[in-house]
Design a protein around this ligand. Structure first.
Ligand code: GAP
Length: 487
């Protein structure tokens, strides 16, 4: 749902895109050739930030849980994997073409966008429950082609378009060599289920987590990195005994909500969306939605996949994927699966939007805005920036020495150009939580502040003098005690 915002200092997607390019978070892929639709490159700060989100997720989901282990399965799985999972038959979007200009649209999105702009033309039911015929009738009655503007509304019927990228492995393009780029990471977890149980003596209930690239032949790209053809998922499949699944589903819903809160997202900017229409594999499903500048949109799906995937792989491969429960008289059953599936790129965008503030720091009634990212210190691409007050008199050398020592434990930056005020602003704009300044007191023997530096807090802008020998402990402590800024 689109939002209208009148505050000139509010966060907008255009401001985020501009900051991302200006400061090296995200660039358009192949920009020198006019850009590759729906593809983005993560720059020097973006790659650090993305990796920090992934590490935070991994720590939260795997390292904190004795009953969750990791996996890194191949992008290329046997093509039968995707027959078994239902993706060959069902993984499609409803498409409609304008026969005049040949532009192709996702019929459901065309309707959603139109209804957002014209709320009085409500189709009377959620778009995801409309049949192809109902979508076609609504589009014919209301929507001029968004590309050529034709009022004739000469559209094809609504048809399903499979979203998987397919190619052939090796030199011969025949069906036996058919291969798909995986559209979700989790199928590798299902095909490895028996290996993991046997090699790691896993006992139900347990989870398997992985982070990796997925590929979908999306035809509509908008909203920056929100929807792309190539993206990363952070997925966890939790295997459990049938009958325990509803309770476990609720437990993981709660945990995932807490993850977003822990890493700085205000609860008012999160909401649940319960699915009316379920995916072919699901018994129940909720999305976590974040309040982006474009409105509330999905960042993660939580699904009760039942025993669908393991049963399907048993049927298709002929290999028994059942589990023998030694804690329950060797009873055999096909485990149920609760899945948490988060988009890393959408998390990236959500954490950025949440952190963004244009804050008036002017005094005496004068306006002076700083752009600041209030990122959780564990997510910020740079943790500590070290700044010499001046380049001369040995301050730069001392600052470099302090930076080198901190580099062993933190991601650091060194900046000596421009006034200290300007350098603080540059660091605020990329979310650096701590700026350490080396000044004359630091190096003047006999000064009561000899051997100390100032540490400036990004969020409060307050400065404290800290002994260099205690600096690392001070920063670790401040990271552990960080609280999101309430706005
Ligand atoms: N294994 C289940 C699954 O893949 P999904 O709801 O299709 O479920 C999970 O995808 C998450 O992956 C979404 O919540 C979203 O964050 C991310 N995602 C899906 N398609 C995407 C796309 N085209 N671009 C970016 N992220 C995407």
């Amino acid at each position: 749902m689109a939002k209208t915002v009148s505050d000139p200092h509010a966060c907008t997607l255009d401001k985020i895109i501009s900051l991302c390019k200006r400061r090296g978070f995200v660039y358009q892929a192949s920009e020198i050739y006019g850009g590759q639709a729906g593809a983005w490159d993560y720059g020097p700060l973006g790659v650090e930030f993305k990796r920090n989100i992934q590490n935070a997720w991994w720590h939260y989901m795997v390292q904190r849980h004795d009953d969750v282990v990791g996996l890194d399965s191949a992008i290329f799985q046997h093509h039968k994997t995707w027959e078994a999972s239902g993706h060959v038959a069902h993984f499609s979007d409803p498409m409609i073409d304008c026969t005049e200009c040949k532009a192709r649209f996702r019929a459901d999105q065309l309707i959603e966008d139109y209804v957002d702009a014209h709320p009085e033309t409500n189709p009377g039911k959620p778009v995801d429950t409309m049949t192809h015929e109902e979508m076609k009738a609504f589009i014919d009655a209301n929507i001029n082609c968004p590309t050529c503007g034709s009022k004739e509304r000469k559209y094809t019927a609504v048809r399903e378009f499979n979203l998987m990228f397919k190619t052939f492995q090796g030199p011969v393009a025949d069906e036996a060599q058919l291969i798909y780029l995986r559209p979700e990471t989790c199928q590798g977890i299902f095909t490895d289920f028996k290996n993991i149980v046997q090699s790691n003596r896993m006992k139900i209930p347990f989870g398997v987590a992985q982070v990796g690239k997925s590929f979908r032949n999306e035809i509509i790209f908008k909203n920056f990195i929100f929807r792309t053809c190539e993206f990363e998922q952070m997925e966890m499949e939790y295997f459990c005994k049938p009958g325990t699944d509803d309770e476990i589903f609720e437990k993981w819903r709660k945990e995932r909500w807490e993850f977003y809160k822990k890493y700085g997202i205000a609860e008012k900017n999160l909401q649940w969306h319960h699915h009316d229409k379920l995916a072919h594999y699901a018994k129940d499903a909720y999305d976590v939605q974040y309040n982006f500048p474009i409105g509330f949109e999905e960042i993660e799906g939580i699904h009760n996949r039942t025993d669908f995937d393991l049963s399907q792989h048993t049927k298709t491969s002929g290999k028994d994927m059942d589990y023998m429960d030694q804690d329950d008289g060797n009873k055999k059953y096909t485990p149920y699966v609760i899945e948490t599936s988060a988009g890393l790129n959408r998390n990236f965008l959500a954490f950025l939007c949440e952190a963004y503030e244009e804050q008036n720091v002017g005094t005496d009634g004068k306006e002076d805005y700083r752009t600041v990212l209030h990122l959780h210190p564990k997510l910020a691409p740079i943790t500590v920036a070290v700044l010499p007050l001046m380049k001369k008199d040995g301050l730069a050398e001392k600052a470099m020495e302090v930076k080198d020592a901190l580099t062993e434990e933190f991601v650091t930056d060194y900046d000596q150009s421009g006034t200290v005020g300007k350098r603080y602003r540059r660091q605020d704009e990329v979310g650096t939580p701590f700026c350490v300044t080396v000044d004359y007191d630091t190096i003047t023997e006999g000064s009561e502040n000899f051997g100390t530096v100032t540490v400036r807090d990004r969020d409060t802008m307050e400065q404290q003098r800290v002994k260099i020998s205690e600096l690392s402990g001070f920063i670790h402590n401040a990271i552990s005690n960080w609280k999101p800024v309430v706005r």
